[in-house]
Design a protein. Sequence first.
Lengths: 166, 785
Amino acid sequence: MSAVSMTVNGKAVTGDVEARTLLVQFLRENLRLTGTHVGCDTSQCGACVVHIDGIAVKSCTMLALQCEGSNITTIEGLAAPNGPLHPMQEAFRENHGLQCGFCTPGMIMAALDIVRRKGHDLDEHTIRQELDGNICRCTGYHNIVKAIAAGAKAMDKGGVPRQAAE
Amino acid sequence: MSATGIGAAVRRKEDLRFITGKGQYTDDVVRPGEVRAAFVRSPHAHARITSVDASVAKSMPGVVDVLTGAELKNDKIGNLICGWMIHSKDGSPMKMAPHPALAADKVCHVGDAVAVVIAETLSQARDAAEKVKVDYEVLPAVTDPAKAKSGPQIHEIAPNNTIYQWSLGDSKAVDAAFAGARHITKLDIINNRLVPNAIEPRAALAEYDSGTDQLTLWNTTQNPHVARLVIAAFVGMAPEHKLRVIAPDVGGGFGSKIFIYPEEVVCLWAARKMGRPVKWTADRSESFVTDAHGRDHVTHAELALDERGKILAMRVSTIANLGAYMSTFSSSVPTYLYGTLLSGQYDIPHIYCEVDAVYTNTVPVDAYRGAGRPEATFVVERLVEIAGRQMGIDPVDLRKLNFVKTFPHQTPVIMAYDAGDYHASLKKALELADVKGFNRRRREAARRGKLRGLGYSTYIEACGIAPSQAVGSLGCGVGLWESAEVRVNPTGTVEVLTGTHAHGQGHETTFAQLVSERLGIPFENISIVHGDTDKVQFGMGTYGSRSGAVGMSAIVKALEKIEAKAKKVAAHMLEAAEGDIVFKDGKFTVAGTDKSTTWGDVALNAYIAHKFAGQDLEPGLKETSFYDPINFTFPAGCHICEVEIDRDTGKTEIVTWTAVDDFGTVVNPMIVEGQVHGGIAQGIGQALLEGAVYDNDGQLVTGSLMDYSMPHAHDLPSFRIGLTETKSPSNPLGIKGCGEAGAIAAPAAVINAITDAIGTEDISMPATPQVVWSALSRTQTRAAA
């Protein structure tokens, strides 16, 4: 076991992990941040997307030890406790961009990265192409695409920077 | 219509927890002292187990125990069962082979569980599972349903691997009609095997309290009460009252989480043996080889028509692959959920259908979104489309000529359609899809070197599952009514306990809309409770688009009782006759006077019981209803798919999708449209992308998300959705159900569009670029020759 330290959702955390412990396991099992989900074992589904130093990463593809000193944001860290929702979260609710909710945290975290890279004025084609790393089985993506376009616009209006809440 | 009543696009109550990461799925639940389970699974499709040596594994760090199939047998843990009896046409019962939760003597598919390792951590359990040494005597395997009957016998009980040979309809009448037909269309179809792939993998967490002899199971299930019933009454794990099943947030099901699986049985058994909570969560690779798959039919179908294109008769012969064991409801899918829907939207005088269900060395096959009805629709809608093309009749005109026009309509295959207007949905879809402009678009595409095609699917389904007597007469082992309990609190807030279960459908919202409208109380004051056998008395769960039509009808009945009781309380409060009390918009008024009282006051008075003698009127305000529907419901509609195909690569792009559906009363159009979107995506997935492929040795070649092509955002268009409405006369709200329509309608629309574009009917699903390119090449070769 090795010690690892990082900042998660603005809080300094440490833990003892095996060399093989994945970041997603560390988040879910050590920190009990269960909003980040595991939907596959081949890095296809994207349910585990978090932000590492502001960039979207599938947390099943990183070892916890690789994140030493990193600044991690998970779905739980997007909105302050009891504060307003992040515009992208609000857009998913407003546009019915989720059904069972399991892929949703990864979708929202991936969506924020699309905004970071592609800006606030996102067309349908761009969103669909950029969602290649995230799978939803419920929605047929129709409303996810709408939600991301609306969320991106709302972030612009609300003065939320492209880097989202990091 | 109020802002939160029936018909309003209310935003969902459940979303807040999901968008903030606060959902509680089974794997998120942690119990004190919990240990983790890892299964040892067969790498062979068919083999005899000659020995299991767990001695090394047991000595590894963190390992609590290793349990085997032999121990399961010693502990007299019963087998899993299939709950729907199908009789063959010779009257013999289906051949249900034993399905132990852990195999002791023989494995029958890759992924069949042989042993389980229980360890302190998941990593330790997995490490040790790799060290359990199982010796196998490998046997020849069969995976192709068409070859099953001549393949190696898998179960002693089933010679020729045949489970049943079922038939429906009058074969003599069909033969006679065919003999007099002017035109006969023949079609061979493989309805491809699909892997449901709910994004949340299945999971189970079992806990035993030795002080109360109580077992609790947190489980990814669509029907916790059915799970409890089967595990108690058939597996014999514990008496029903000593087993609590909790289905917390469940991340998608699509049918695959209806069934009772070996892993939950083993976790319960192990938890009691260890005296510690035992958790198992599938990784995706395990899901692929253990979640029940869908479809997998091999079918020959024929349609007889007269010179005008009027359908005279249909003949269908299907081999259905049920996999290595009979899963919970597997027997019903290719029979009463399939043969009964072969009349489609058409007035067909005679239909005969025979289905042979077979065992193969593959993962069990059971209901997957649509369950039997997508297979039926694909047969019917391909036959009709091809018949039109062959006879030189516009497929739209052929459909119109044959539509059922008057209701009720008795089909020759059991179902009695109660209401519908198939012309209306077709007409609206033709307009929304701008079919008039299609030829122009086709010419324009041709100029770009693309082949453009248009395909229809005018589907029907039977939902609102189901009248208990009717399904009982067809072999179902349970009744398919639904229950509801409405609890009014003294402050007037309301909890509704329902036996349905939501895993994405939004019941917490739509059911609250119903209650808000009926009681005239704020939407926020209503909670929907589901998914816990200790809270909800009994219920049949969610599948078959039944929750609205059956589950909400139960709530309506309970609300009627609540209203009746509340009026009695109000009558005492207002010192008026009960018959003079009018209840409207949350207010009780004495008719013809200005005397009134509010919902909240009545609720309080029901509990404090100061205004009436408790001996005359029972205090409290809580009512229960068990609602049994009088018929299935029959959602129907028209989907139109427009594709463009690249000649050089064979790649199909879905350019537009139009869906016009008649779901009867729509409670929340936003949620209904979402259900349609998701269903269409799964149907397009079946048509273009998805297919579970086994090699001849029984290895699942498409065993991960790298190999099995799931629909991605860039594979799909946005959808044009329209609605028409004929209310279902079979339930008090007029609801028909919407959960499966897209998956039922879509495959035929896609394949009809592709075949329209490329000019040959010779195409299989999934119509990958390779399939389409090969079909194009064959056509061009024929044209050149």
